[in-house]
Ligand binder design. Structure first.
Ligand code: UDX
Ligand code: UDX
Length: 468
């Protein structure tokens, strides 16, 4: 039986669901695409006429929303009604790490996946293809299938469950969705697999659509993220060694990346990996390894996370040491707060730990990020932003520009690789800093050939390059 798909629904209008559905709507004008979310504010933000107010910032996204919104792409809070109308439902809700109970700190909290499955079971009519888009632990499809089977309201409704994890990287989502490295579809029902493949075939070449069994598909996403994170931890461990030995991390990266077997991508040393996926997915991998009694494998992956935490502590400790062992009452400028450039997402951003460490050391922080709202920054640092003596005295200031940020700073730390930071005239700007002043470049923003004069008390430190 071939399945005719006319209407699709996506539960979860976040960083994955929003952009993914926007591209599907854009590339498949014949499809009706309904995006639902329990968060009413988020839906109203997606419907905002002012496109700069969309809840997700991604280069190229607002143009697509403008083209498709209210034509064949609808953002709505009518969850049940939308599921009922749909032939295919994507689950794109968040799967955070469990905070308490069995597996706390490692296992994924699947309550939102469960909620979504229950919603689908009670609202769906006819045959519905359910697609897991969220990154989930291997074997989650079994949970979804059980919930669907035991909760369905109408005896005539039937389901097929597919796993099709999304590999987009934030900040590059539109490009990744338009030209994916691969589209992975795992499942048992060939007709359901074909129905989803036919959607992607509208713009993705057949050779890039990989069909697997459902468990391979689920595990591939976790493994891909763990491998990528492992590269970041590997290069960051080498950055520390460079600083001790006088080697230069950029030269080492280039030299090792030219080996085809290693490859040049994902070898940028920095303040460590952030984002909603890497840490959570590795923790989940660790939990699964332990569950199956594979303790050595669990320890192996645990160390990828430990190196990441160590890199952040290493940076904040180094800043304190360079500033004569104390940052009490000194002002430090933080350039960039998102976990990487071109996104307003701050989940697990390395800036959070680095700022917290410096605030705990007694520093005042001036923070500037081109796309992250001030309230979000404050919320991420809420436990540590007040001085210990006066509870209403804030220790952070959110700045509106780089120029405003540098004034009277003792040091600047570059934590996100925003393009805007690449054209800063440091020799000029550093004049308004307090001397001796420091710039800590953790994202290779300041190039060696810039030759910034340092005879006026300005010191420049570059991660993985400097042992001064
Ligand atoms: C994604 C993936 O789905 C997740 O598994 C992955 O590992 C990280 O990235 P993302 O889109 O980034 O999640 O998450 P988020 O931006 O938090 O969006 C999830 C949305 O689902 C939220 O807007 C939330 O309100 C919504 N939601 C959650 C529902 O609509 N229903 C629920 O029951 C729970
Ligand atoms: C990642 C995966 O790339 C994507 O395929 C998956 O779907 C979700 O998780 P994302 O977290 O959005 O995507 O961003 P990514 O570009 O992978 O960066 C993750 C972190 O690693 C960022 O904090 C980034 O700054 C850091 N990173 C990346 C480095 O420090 N060095 C590098 O060379 C590359």
């Amino acid at each position: 039986m071939t399945f005719k798909v006319k209407t699709i629904c996506c539960i979860g209008a976040g960083y994955v669901g929003g952009p993914t559905m926007a591209i599907i709507a854009d590339r498949c004008p014949e499809l009706m695409v309904l995006v639902v979310d329990i968060n009413k504010q988020k839906i109203s933000d997606w419907n905002n006429k002012d496109l700069s107010k969309l809840p997700v910032y991604e280069p190229g996204l607002s143009e697509i929303i403008e083209r498709c919104r209210n034509k064949n792409l609808f953002f709505t809070t009518k969850i049940m009604e939308s599921i009922k109308k749909s032939d295919m439902v994507f689950i794109s809700v968040n799967t955070p790490t469990k905070e308490y109970g069995l597996g706390a700190g490692e296992a994924s909290d699947l309550r939102y996946i469960e909620n979504s499955a229950r919603e689908i079971a009670s609202a769906a009519e006819g045959h519905t293809i359910v697609v897991e888009k969220s990154t989930i632990p291997v074997k989650t499809a079994e949970v979804i299938k059980k919930i669907l089977a035991s909760n369905q309201k109408k005896s005539t409704s039937t389901f097929s469950v597919l796993s099709s994890p999304e590999f987009l990287a934030e900040g590059n989502a539109i490009e990744d969705l338009e030209n994916p490295s691969r589209v992975l579809i795992g499942g048992e029902c060939t007709d359901a697999i074909e129905a989803l493949a036919n959607i992607y075939l509208k713009w993705v070449k057949k050779e890039k659509i990989l069909k697997t069994n459902i468990w391979s598909s689920e595990l591939s996403k976790l493994s891909a993220n763990a491998f990528l994170a492992q590269r970041v931890s590997s290069i960051n461990s080498i950055s520390a060694l460079c600083e001790k030995t006088g080697a230069n991390i950029n030269e080492v990266s280039e030299a090792i990346g030219m080996d085809d077997r290693i490859g040049a991508k994902f070898l940028n040393s920095g303040p460590g990996f952030g984002g909603s996926c890497f840490k959570k997915d590795i923790l989940n991998l660790i939990y699964i390894c332990k569950y199956y009694g594979l303790h050595e494998a669990a320890i192996y992956w645990e160390n990828v996370i430990k190196i990441n935490e160590w890199q952040q502590k290493r940076i904040s400790d180094l800043v304190v040491n360079k500033l004569f062992g104390t940052v009490i009452d000194k002002t430090i400028g933080i350039l960039g707060f998102s976990f990487k450039a071109n996104t307003n997402d701050t989940r697990e951003s390395p800036a959070i730990n680095i700022c917290k460490n410096l605030l705990e050391e007694g520093a005042f922080l001036n923070i500037y990020d081109p796309k992250v709202e001030g309230d979000k920054i404050k919320n991420n640092l809420k436990e540590v932003i007040f001085t210990s003596n006066k509870k209403n005295h804030l220790k952070i200031s959110i700045m509106a520009s780089v120029n405003e940020l540098v004034k009277n700073c003792d040091a600047i730390i570059i934590l996100t690789e925003w393009d805007e930071f690449k054209s800063i005239d440091w020799s000029n700007l550093s004049k308004s800093m307090r001397s001796p002043s420091w710039i800590f470049d953790c994202r290779d923003i300041i190039k060696e050939d810039e030759n910034i004069p340092t005879d006026n008390g300005l010191n420049i430190w570059k991660l993985g390059c400097d042992r001064k």
